[in-house]
Design a protein around this ligand. Structure first.
Ligand code: FAD
Length: 290
């Protein structure tokens, strides 16, 4: 289908974009990579009267390390993370995930900010950033504010961004020593959204799991952390029994729906298996074995 008619603006500064957003209010939508918004417009699920295209805002495209933390401009294409030495060497959870987000065509245009702002539980970046304990930086009429990722996903396709705000940056904290992360995704075919996927970021103290964050993709109406899986890991030795208990807790806690990718029961069990694999890989990385 062809989208409904809309006016189009392509501001070249953030200030200009913010002014346009303030002027057009609810009638406007921001356009980043367009890989979620344009399909929604073609199906007439979204019918903005005004599109504000952010693609001229080169100042929002960067991936760099600042004091050990990773800072990512909201308009950074996913593909840039695949090519980033810092991501590949120091943020293995993120490196795992970007390699399995859609396909190279989508990753070349789709942005990290758009992936998160869309608040789609099927997208991969929400679980990755939940497991990393990231911070979102939003810019609105009254300046900048930060939003903890735990407070960012409000409901299906709804984030904590307020009207008039633009996401400008994502900040991923520096992993502590002896940390490891992993993302394990099951998809029907290469390039598909997850049937289920699990993101894990943890820190070891000797043979004990000192801290852990576990988050799930596409098995809940809202991107979620699994508090049960985390509780099953923290303070425990890194054994297969502990990994199994955490996997079971994640499976019990999620709320998948039955669809073309499988029944809810199947997705729960897959979540259990993927959680175990992701935890095992994260531990191995934390111990320098992988
Ligand atoms: P857009 O589509 O341009 O925007 C999405 C939404 O976010 C819009 O509401 C827009 O207004 C808002 N927005 C965008 N940027 C900002 C900002 N800076 N501030 C505030 N609001 C903003 N994703 C996955 O994670 N995993 C997959 O496996 C996957 N498979 C895909 C397969 C196909 C065939 C396609 C077409 C897409 C797939 N996607 C997948 C989605 C893809 O990653 C999208 O690029 C992503 O969901 C949205 O990013 P975008 O930059 O394209 O945003």
């Amino acid at each position: 289908m062809i989208p409904a008619a809309f006016d189009y603006h392509a501001p070249s500064t953030l200030d200009e974009a913010l002014q346009l957003l303030a002027r057009h209010g609810d009638a406007a939508k921001l356009l980043a990579g367009g890989h979620s918004l344009i399909p929604a417009m073609r199906f007439r699920l979204a019918q903005p009267e005004v599109l504000i295209d952010l693609n001229k805002l080169d100042t929002l495209r960067y991936v760099r390390e600042e004091g050990g933390a990773l800072v990512i401009g909201a308009m950074t294409p996913e593909a840039w993370l695949e090519e980033s030495a810092v991501v590949q060497q120091r943020f293995p959870l993120l490196a795992d995930a970007v390699a399995v987000i859609a396909d190279p065509l989508v990753r070349n245009r789709g942005t990290v900010g758009g992936n998160l702002a869309h608040a789609d539980p099927a997208n991969d970046q929400p679980a990755v950033m939940l497991a990393h304990g990231a911070t979102i930086v939003a810019h609105g009429a009254h300046g900048r504010r930060t939003i903890a990722i735990d407070d960012f996903f409000v409901s299906l396709f709804e984030s904590a961004l307020q009207p008039g705000e633009i996401m400008v940056e994502i900040r991923v904290p520096a992993p502590a020593p002896s940390s490891g992360g992993a993302y394990v995704k099951m998809e029907r075919k290469v390039g598909d959204y997850a049937t289920s996927a699990v993101a894990v970021q943890l820190t070891m103290s000797g043979q004990t799991i000192a801290s852990a964050r576990v988050a799930l993709t596409n098995v809940n109406p809202v991107p979620m952390r699994s508090a049960g899986a985390e509780a099953a890991l923290v303070g425990k030795p890194a054994t297969e029994e502990v990994f199994e208990a955490a996997g079971k807790a994640a499976a019990a806690e999620c709320d998948p729906s039955s669809d073309l990718r499988g029944t809810a029961e199947f997705k729960r069990d897959i979540t259990r298996v993927l959680a175990k694999r992701a935890i095992r890989r994260a531990v191995a990385r934390a111990q320098g074995r992988s």
